[in-house]
Every structure is written in structure tokens, then in C-alpha cells.
Design a protein around this ligand. Sequence first.
Ligand code: HEM
Length: 187
Amino acid sequence: MAIKAGRLVLLKYAQPERAVVTDILLAALVFAHVLSAMGWLGGALLTTFGVGPNLRKLTQTASLEFNAKILPSMVRFTRAAAALTLLFGLALLGYVYSQDNTYFSTTAGMDASAGIVLALITAAIGFSVVIPSFMKIGKMAASTLEGGQPAPPQEMLTLAKKARTWSMIVLALLFATLAAMVAAGVS
Ligand code: HEM
């Protein structure tokens, strides 16, 4: 994390004359926002590139069990991290704006605005397509196992392909969001 003139760059919006507690609030919001964004990005990367391509290495039954028992927990973790990123991001925005109501006309504000638009598009795709698709895959895998079928139905394979394609789009958008947010942070 960059340091400017002995202060954290991330604390550039804190008013030096204000109580220390104000700086702590800003630091806590930035910490929570960045930590949850790491969870979102990490969860999406792990699901898309860590787990997906490697499921083929398992037997069909083992792969169904993974999808039925572990995938839903991974998706729930990523969903919570995404929701917290948005929540803490909005709180951070509110704080920064309350310190500087010209924020949106500054370079940092414009970079952050681009990031926010990207983040909202990303979240819309994630919450409406990717998360429901992965959750449905989990349910289909569970009912396939319960029904004693040895292989996943074609419908599940098609859904998995769709979920993977959209999760790659979400990841590309998340990286673009991250670039815009970091640009805002350093400008
Ligand atoms: C609605 C969603 C979001 C809002 C409202 C939001 C808001 C903000 C704001 C206001 C800042 C401070 C920028 C500045 O220093 O001027 C910030 C920083 C940051 N945001 Fe977001 N953000 C959102 C989503 C995201 C997402 C999805 C990611 C990750 C992919 C992310 C990653 C970061 C990072 C890493 C920083 C710290 C940048 C730095 O100081 O180097 N944000 N965010």
C-alpha cells in the first residue's frame, strides 16, 4: 500500500483536524471494502478456473457429489463477499463524498464512477445469471444422485457451460472494476 507524505494514500479523504476516530472509520471502511472485494474476486477465480476445469478429473459420481455438496457453499461465500463489497463500497463512497462534495468532478471521483458503473453491471450479471445457474447445478446434481442416476443430465451440462461462460465475463468485468478503483485510489 502506497504511503504519501507519511500518511496512507487511502486516508487522503480524512480531515487531519478531525478526531482520530474519523480516520479509523475511513480505514475500517477501506479495509472491509478491499477485503470483501478480494473474497469476491477470489471466489469467482476459484470457482471458474480452479474447480470447473478440474472436475473432469473426478469420476462422474464424485463430480456430482462435489456439485451437490461443496459448490453451493462456495457460491454462497462468493455471493456474500459480493454483497459486502457493494455495501462497504457504498458506505465508503458516502464517507468520501461527505468529506468532499466535489468528489465526482475530481480525477479520483471520475475513476471511481467508472468502477462503480462496471461493478453494478458485474453484480447484475452475477446475481441474475451466474449465481442462480451455479445454485441450480447444485440442486440438479443432488437430485441426480438421489435418483441413483450415474451421470449428469444433458440439461445440467448445458447449464454448467452457460454458468462458466458468464462467470468468465464477470471476472473480466471485475478486473476492469479493480483497475478503475485502484486508479481512483492512486490519483
Ligand atoms: C457499487 C460498488 C462499489 C462502490 C460504490 C465502490 C466505491 C469505492 C470508493 C468510493 C473507493 C475510494 C476511491 C478513492 O480513493 O477515491 C473505492 C476503493 C476501492 N475499491 Fe471500490 N467500490 C465498489 C466496487 C468495487 C469492486 C467490485 C472492487 C473489486 C473488484 C473494488 C475494489 C476497490 C479497491 C481495491 C479500492 C482501493 C483502491 C486504492 O485505494 O488503491 N470496489 N471503492
